[in-house]
Design a protein around this ligand. Structure first.
Ligand code: ASP
Ligand code: MG
Length: 410
């Protein structure tokens, strides 16, 4: 007998038939004698629809009221899920964030979970009642509804699993697990049996959209075993676990790409102390996140070129901020470029193997792909390239690190 958290995403509860299918999976676990807390997202498309309504009123609406509106989708799905479970003979009760409560901070629209009161839930779970919990929402210190940011139900599920000390948190979604790369691009992409928290964290923040990044952070911090699997297939999914649990030795576990970034090049920037601060300070103040940065050597000792990336949807704003500081930094030309993609390789094996970045650069050069910016961490290497080469680059890297077939990298 175990205690499980089962989370169903928007497509998994996208229609009444799908809610019924998801409920069957819950029933299978309770029939096996397990205690189950279910976390659900809004039905597919609902959150977008409500966000659109708030936008149409005004892009500068009150964030507290935004949360009141956009948290509604989950209220519908918990009620429906509880009804369907009851229809199947499973004792079930729905719970909204404030009823538990799931306490959060007061950052409306992207609140963080601080504490979950579990006594009542635990009492009911131990009596065999299924708790159907609304994802994405919580209660702020001011007693108002908060939401956790897009994709936040993953974080609700992992936080609940941690608070309930659950054996596992199963994330049911529309893909069968975490793949070595995007199967739509590389037919030989393989589903991984296991992946480490750190790798998953990199993949999530690098653009693999299966799990909300914060949920992975939370799973890592609390040692929650997470399984990503499909609602629509019986295949086992991918377990996200501690490094010690992984026996298979691989250097690179995945190749990912993100089209969310755009590049800005500043030419003829004065080469003197304080200039970087004068550029990145105003960007930070405008809440623009800068990711990759390169500064070229100065040829004449007076001016240099600086290239960096920002979120693509912040490109226009970034350029207008820079326009204002242009004189101070002595920049003659600001060149924005949205036609770029960030391609990354991720793997904990990089820590102990030399030459991984080199193998990546070599593979790209053999395909004549020019690298515009590079950034690295202990377990990843990212390059910015022209968007047209995305597929070519991903395929080349997937094959050079032997991810196509049997699994272990050379
Ligand atoms: N319904 C919310 C969203 O669409 C939360 C979630 O699905 O995880 O972002
Ligand atoms: Mg999601």
């Amino acid at each position: 007998m175990a205690r499980l958290v089962m989370k169903f995403g928007g497509t998994s509860v996208g229609s009444l038939d799908r809610i019924r299918a998801a409920a069957q999976r819950v029933k299978a676990e309770t029939d096996a004698g397990h205690q189950v807390a279910v976390v659900v997202s809004a039905m597919a498309g609902e959150t977008n629809r409500m966000i659109d309504l708030t936008q149409r009123i005004s892009p500068l609406h009150d964030a507290r009221e935004y949360d009141v509106v956009v948290s509604c989708g989950e209220q519908v799905s918990v009620g429906l899920m509880a009804m369907v479970l009851q229809d199947l003979g499973v004792t079930a009760r729905s719970w909204l964030g404030w009823q538990i409560p799931i306490h959060t901070d007061d950052i409306h629209g992207s609140a963080r979970i601080q504490r979950i009161e579990t006594a009542e839930l635990e009492r009911r779970l131990s009596q065999g009642e299924v708790a159907v919990v609304a994802g994405f929402q919580g209660l702020g210190s001011n007693n108002r509804i908060t939401t956790l940011g897009r994709g936040g139900s993953d974080t609700s599920a992992v936080a609940l699993a941690a608070a309930l000390d659950a054996e596992r948190c199963d994330i049911y979604t529309d893909v069968e697990g975490i793949y070595t790369t995007d199967p739509r691009i590389v037919t030989g992409a393989r589903k991984l049996d296991k992946i480490t928290y750190e790798e998953m964290l990199e993949l999530a923040s690098l653009g693999a959209k299966v799990l909300q990044t914060r949920s992975v952070e939370m799973a890592m911090n609390h040692g929650v075993r997470v399984q990503v699997r499909s609602t629509f297939s019986e295949a086992p999914g991918t377990l996200v676990v501690d490094e010690e649990e992984i026996v298979e030795q691989r250097i690179v576990s995945g190749v990912t790409y993100s089209t969310d970034e755009a590049k800005i090049t500043l030419r003829h920037v004065a080469d003197r102390p304080g200039v970087a601060a004068a550029i990145f300070g105003p960007l930070a103040e405008a809440n623009i996140v800068v990711d990759m940065i390169v500064q070229n050597v100065s040829e004449d000792g007076k001016s240099t070129d600086l290239t960096f990336t920002v979120q693509r949807d912040q490109l226009a704003r970034a350029v207008s901020v820079l326009d204002k500081v242009k004189e101070t930094i002595g920049a003659a030309v600001i060149t924005p470029d949205a036609d770029v993609v960030k391609v990354s390789i991720v793997g904990v094996g990089m820590r102990s193997h030399a030459g991984v970045a080199q193998a990546m650069f070599q593979a790209l050069s053999e395909k004549n792909i020019n690298i515009q910016v590079i950034s690295t961490s202990e377990i990843k290497v990212s390059v910015l390239i022209a968007a047209d080469y995305t597929e070519l680059a991903v395929r080349a890297l997937h094959s050079v690190f032997n991810l196509d077939s049997a699994g272990s990298a050379a």
